[in-house]
Design a protein around this ligand. Structure first.
Ligand code: DC
Length: 238
């Protein structure tokens, strides 16, 4: 009575829906690995900004991709800059985990992720990280493009006003205070960029469970996801 392998869980949704906190907690409780795909894309954006290359400069981006490696390094349970999740994101071996959390990096990342060359590099990398199972992938296209055959797919959503409030609090917690209206405008702009792009746009993957976190605690969201995992495990037991 065993499963083929531990399941793959994907959690997609717009900025500020609570994906990071939820995914981290789900992974911790299940003892699964967490793959924050946004962090991988942010790391590329960091490399781009550092090299002074614009996301519109496709040749420049291509050249940068060819000479840049992005990795998630597992640090066990004692992670720090990642909020205790136990991983670091490295660009050519350099730890950029803390530096990739600024609004500027977020907006550049959103533009960068619309490019085919960028997704062609990162999608196989993410699939490789998920291949053995026992993984929680978190992002915008993890259930629709990266792992459409994941055992559990979640679309985590929340109202824009609530997402902007959460994002403002999160920035403040990282020592980056910002006023609510500008955070809300930034979140709305990212929603548009992420949902309207041609390539791997943010949308609910077929077969995904939608969870609206607007009025739910993190604990309630986590329990719903663990419940879906338990149901999927029952279905795949033979
Ligand atoms: O989740 P985040 O804020 O760290 O994501 C940063 C940006 O990267 C965001 O604009 C969406 C984009 N992204 C993406 O296009 N595909 C993913 N799988 C993850 C993130």
């Amino acid at each position: 009575m065993t499963c083929r392998r531990d399941p793959v869980i994907t959690i997609d949704g717009p900025a500020g829906a609570g994906k990071s906190t939820t995914a981290r907690e789900v992974a911790r409780r299940l003892g699964f690995r967490l793959v924050d795909t946004g962090a991988l894309y942010r790391a590329l954006a960091w490399a781009l900004m550092r090299a002074g290359v614009s996301p519109e400069d496709e040749q420049g981006v291509g050249a940068l991709l060819a000479r840049t490696t992005v990795e998630l390094a597992d640090m066990g349970d004692d992670g720090g800059a990642d909020g205790g999740a136990g991983w670091r994101v490295l660009v050519n071996g350099r730890d950029v985990t803390a530096e990739i959390r600024t609004p500027e990096i977020a907006l550049t990342t959103s533009r960068l992720t619309a490019l085919r060359a960028v997704r062609d590099k990162m999608t196989p990398l993410q699939r490789g990280l998920a291949a053995a199972g026992g993984v929680v992938l978190e992002g915008r296209d993890t259930g629709s493009v990266v792992c459409p055959d994941a055992e559990v797919k979640v679309y985590l959503d929340a109202d824009l006003t609530e997402r902007a409030r959460r994002r403002r609090d999160e920035l403040a917690a990282h020592g980056l205070p910002a006023d609510y209206e500008s955070v809300k405008a930034e979140v709305a702009l990212r929603d548009r960029q992420d949902m309207e792009r041609e390539l791997a746009p943010l949308r609910k993957p077929p077969g995904a469970v939608t969870v609206d976190s607007t009025a739910l605690s993190t604990e309630a969201v986590v329990l719903r996801i663990l419940d879906a995992v338990e149901q999927a495990r029952c279905c795949t037991r033979s």
